[in-house]
Structure formats: C-alpha cells, structure tokens
Design a protein. Sequence first.
Length: 358
Amino acid sequence: MKDRLAAIASRFELQGPIAEIKPLGEGFINDTYIVRTEGDAPDYILQRKNHVVFPDVPGMMDNIKAVTEHIKSKVEDPMRETLTVIPAKDGKLYVEDEGNWWAVCLFIPGTMSYDRADSPALAYQGGLGTGRFQSLLADFDKPLNETIKGFHNIRWRFTQWDETIAADPAGRVKNLAEEISWIESRRKEMLDFWALVEDGTIPSRISHNDTKISNILFNESDGSMLCMIDLDTVMRSTSLNDFGDAIRSYTNTGAEDDKDLAKVSMDIEMFKAYAEGYLKERKGTIAQSELDWLAFSARYITYEQVLRFLMDYIDGDKYYKTAYPEHNLIRTKAQYKLLQSMEEQYGQMCRIIEEAAK
Ligand code: ADP
Ligand code: GN1
Ligand code: MG
C-alpha cells in the first residue's frame, strides 16, 4: 500500500523526495493522506477522491482550481488563505489509476483543525471563516460544474428517498416506521422553503456546501480562522447551506453519532457566536431574504442530514463510511435529537440573528 501511494504521489509535481505518507482526518467520503517530503520542500495532501460520490473528478478539480485562483487574487497571503492545487506531471489536475482518482494540494503548516467546537471563541472564528469565504467569492461569475446532483436540493432528495423506500434493498423499512415519520411530517415545510430558492426569492451564490468544523483550518499561533478546505462540493446554490451546515456541526453538544442522546442538543451560545462571526463578514452583501431564513437554514440542513443518514441506512450503507452495522441509524437518531433541540430553541435563534444583523 505504501509503495502504491508513493508511486501515485510521484506522478504529481512535488518539489522534493517523499519521506513518508500517513492517513489524515476522519472524512466520510474520501481517503486523505499527508505526504511528508525530505528537507525544506513543502509537504502535501494526497486524496483519493470517491468516484462513486463524485462521478466527474476532472470537473470537480476544475471547480476547485477556479475558485482557489479567484481567492488567491484577492487575499494578502495566497499560499495560506486558500488551497493550492498541485497538478500532475502531465498537466492534469488529477491522476487516474486503475479506476481510482487522486488529487494533491499543498499542506498548509502551522494550522489546526477540529472535530468539535470547544468554545464560542472558536465558533466565532468559524463564522468569520465561512462568511469571508462567501464574501471573497461574491463576484465570482464563471460557471461551476454540479459535482453532486441536487446536493442540498430537498426536492431531489425526496425523489431519491421515495425510490429508496420503494426499493428497500436491505429489507430495513419495516422496522423504521417511527424514523420515517420524522421525515414525512416535515416534508411540506422543507419543500416550501426550497421553493424560495427555486424561484429566486433567496439568491443563488457560490457556496461551499460542506462547512462542518473539520473543513476549515485555523492558525495555530492565535486560533484565528485561516481558510476553508475540502472544496469538493463548491457549487452555485444558496449561501444558507453553509450557515446551516456549520450550525449543525459547531453547536452540537454531543457527537454527530452519539449513542447517548442525552448528550445531544444545540448550544445557543455557540449559535450566537457563530452567527456573529458570520454576519460580521457578510454584512453589506447579505440579502434580507437570506437573513429571514438564516436561522431556519440550520433546521433545513440538519433535517436533510437526518434524511441522508436514514436513506443510506435503508439503502444498505452504500454512501457514508461506517464503523459498525447500525452506524447510519445511530447517526440518524443523534441528528434527529439535534433537530428537535433546534426546533425548541427556534424563537431564540431568530432573535439572535435579528440582533446580530443590526
Ligand atoms: P476529507 O474529505 O477526508 O474530509 P479534508 O480535505 O477535509 O478531507 O481533510 C481532512 C483533514 O486533513 C482536515 O480536517 C485537516 O485536518 C487536514 N488537511 C486537509 N487539507 C489540509 C491542508 N491543505 N493543509 C493542512 N491540513 C489539511
Ligand atoms: C460528508 O466528506 P466529509 O466527511 O467532509 C458529506 C457531508 C455531510 C458530512 C456529515 C460529499 O462530509 O455532506 O454533511 O459527511 N460530504 C459529502 O458528517 O456527501
Ligand atoms: Mg473533510
């Protein structure tokens, strides 16, 4: 395996001999490695991109290249404030090898990443990070490829959902009446929200679409936000996806797959801190219709996540990496508990947004 990874890494334009390659991070989709080089040469991130999830890896890499070039043209420190894609020796932005697709970017030293937010100060920095990412891309006007069809489009998710339930490939539907009712009872309200995105009431923007806390780097020196990473899902959609998904991640007092549901709830202080950071960066560019639905976006994305985990469980665990047989069901229950906690605190969430937007 090591030799194979080294052989693949050497097909990219690396600036020094490889010293070691080690797995990194806990992503659910790709396989990520750090490639350490000898001497003063930079280190790199090598990723095997999940070709089932991302059918058009060349299109995805074109998106990442275009978006990062745009950010580089606007920031003070272009090698640290966004990712740098390293091309293969043949000039392509990826290497295809026996049905696997690989890509490399520069490893940014002196940074920290987290799986959980441990303080409002960190949540505030995270909010600044997402807000700044969107602000930097506000004037990006090139077309982007749709790397995953209908990624946060609940109308499309319901099409998949209905088909999966009808097919019931793992024979699990019969035991899931309660969990399925969680989805069905909220179907209309989620479609009503998405209709506002479809009819343009909520404007379309460049969004990251996977803003969980492990997808942003912070400066090791002072904890300040540095840059958004894991750009595979950058597409044109609504900015609300990014706020909502980050709230789902930063405010959870438990783990995304907590077996102890008593530990799972939305921490309103984290919500406030994240919202303040986010709105500080987006004031002036955010539309009133986005502000009106900002708090709801957390419920929307968390609901969508309940649906996606449950749908994958019904489908026989084909999409997300799982560590044990019931993992997707445990994730479903934990995310549903989080959703309920958001619903209970919704009035307060709306008031916080109103206050922070002043
Ligand atoms: P995955 O798809 O596996 O989630 P990510 O791109 O999110 O992959 O990377 C996983 C982890 O690797 C991140 O949470 C971060 O800790 C680290 N990482 C990724 N890219 C970089 C980078 N360019 N510089 C430094 N660390 C990185
Ligand atoms: C996946 O790839 P990763 O681990 O950053 C997923 C997100 C989910 C998240 C749940 C492309 O993110 O949409 O919200 O898991 N990414 C994709 O933790 O489906
Ligand atoms: Mg990631």
